[in-house]
Design a protein around this ligand. Structure first.
Ligand SMILES: [Zn+2]
Length: 242
């Protein structure tokens, strides 16, 4: 089974390769409680917020979860396996709030030169840690640092993983980026079915987030997890019956 998103020329990168092996992608978030038809009228466009690299201790994960909860937004967290292993309580907390997980390798490795076995080892270890800490199974995967080869993507997909890249990259992990830069970048570059890449553990990201959510909603966007958006794009009629 193959899935394609709309690609906008002006977007930085927007690629999702999906070769879903039987039952490999699960929807783990229930999303908004509004009836779907009413939500479509009010928010005709979909967008996914994604957060990479965590979970980090020290309060930033709690702050992020509080913002998302206050705004009634479910997001997708691409977690690093080693961070997840060290912070099982944070993993459980993220899961308890209804968010979705994806893997981001065990050691935040750049995968371009990894053999197929080495790559799959990174993916499997991380998936197992997510499963063991939260009970949630995920085959979503995002390569660290934006570094990947076609072979990496093929290797991952042939093993049932869905590689999720992004369409909006506000570079919130760079020290010169301000919260206002993040807001402006997101508002300038977000298109329907976009995937916004943000990072955990960044104060400027936390500062920017409430305004990003508010402004995108005013522009008619609803926030879905990556899996929800994939499902919506695959068969919109299916969702309208809900
Ligand atoms: Zn990363």
């Amino acid at each position: 089974m193959k899935f394609n998103f709309t690609v906008h020329r002006y977007q930085i990168i927007f690629v999702i390769l999906v070769f879903i092996l039987t039952g490999s992608v699960k929807i783990v978030s229930k999303g908004t409680q509004q009836p779907y038809a009413a939500m479509q009228q009010r928010y005709p466009h979909s967008v996914a917020l994604t957060f990479d690299d965590g979970p980090y201790p020290g309060g930033s994960t709690h702050k992020l979860l509080d913002i998302l909860e206050n705004e009634n937004v479910k997001a997708t967290f691409f977690v690093v396996g080693s961070h997840s292993r060290k912070n099982p309580e944070l993993m459980k907390l993220i899961a308890s709030k209804g968010h979705e997980f994806g893997g981001h390798t065990y050691n935040h490795r750049h995968i371009k030169k990894l053999t197929r076995n080495a790559l799959l080892n990174e993916l499997e270890i991380t998936r197992t840690i997510i499963k063991n800490t939260t009970g949630k199974n995920t085959y979503l995967f995002r390569p660290p640092g934006g570094q990947y080869s076609k072979k990496n993507l093929s290797d991952a997909s042939l093993s049932g993983y869905t590689t999720v890249l992004w369409s909006v990259l506000p570079k919130d992990c760079e020290s010169s980026t301000t919260s206002e830069d993040i807001i402006q970048n997101v508002l300038s570059n977000t298109r329907p079915n976009g995937i916004i890449l943000l990072h955990m553990g960044r104060e400027r990201t936390l500062e920017a987030l409430p305004k990003i959510i508010c402004m995108l909603r005013l522009r008619g966007f609803k926030f879905l997890t990556v899996s929800q958006m994939m499902l919506e794009n695959r068969n919109p009629n299916e969702n309208s019956r809900n």
